[in-house]
Design a binder for this molecule. Structure first.
Ligand code: HEM
Length: 157
């Protein structure tokens, strides 16, 4: 195997770890950690914005390295391959889940970016919290599924 193939899979795994790690750190570590902080809304907003910025870079890198993983493995891209072979079908499933992830992330960000935090009334806040919680859950579950499919792909499952 080429060194470029290993580097591509390596970067793919680093990006997946960053994305999933970041998504778990926010609700499990940051939010409980600043529970009693009077500036907590501000801290969450700024941290969320920073993570959003890197999140979209990581999404782009996951898509790119997902494609290069296959290219360096010597896979011939064709409609037949993506619809008939087991490997191709798993990749197609990954692409569908990737689109769902993008939609969930965009919904999450559009809702949160709709109004400045200090201009929201209580009703807005409850609604936004609900959407953020559900899109966050969908994102995490789909990401776990993507990793599982990645494990299957790597091990010929
Ligand atoms: C459309 C986007 C994606 C494509 C096309 C894609 C494609 C692939 C391919 C082809 C492999 C197998 C690499 C090999 O062993 O040769 C792989 C592995 C992997 N993928 Fe993705 N992937 C995508 C997105 C993601 C996302 C969003 C995640 C997680 C959040 C992810 C996590 C992983 C992991 C952890 C592995 C390595 C598994 C292992 O080596 O055991 N992938 N991916």
């Amino acid at each position: 195997m080429l060194i470029s193939y290993y580097l591509s899979v390596w970067l793919h795994i680093i990006c997946a770890a960053f994305w999933i790690g970041g998504m778990m750190v926010l609700p499990l570590v940051l939010i409980p950690g600043i529970k009693n902080n009077p500036e907590k809304r501000q801290v969450m907003m700024i941290t969320g914005m920073k993570f959003r910025f890197y999140g979209y870079i990581v999404f782009a890198l996951l898509l790119l390295t997902g494609i290069t993983n296959m290219y360096f493995r010597g896979i011939h891209f064709s409609w037949e391959f993506f619809t008939s072979s087991r490997y191709g079908k798993l990749v197609t499933l990954k692409v569908i889940l990737f689109v769902i992830m993008m939609l969930a992330a965009l919904t999450h960000d559009l809702f949160l970016g709709r109004k400045a935090a200090d201009k929201m009334d209580e009703h807005d806040r409850i609604q936004i919290r609900r959407v953020a919680r559900w899109t966050g859950r969908v994102l995490l579950l789909v990401s776990f599924a993507m990793v599982y499919i990645g494990v299957l792909l790597s091990r010929g499952g």
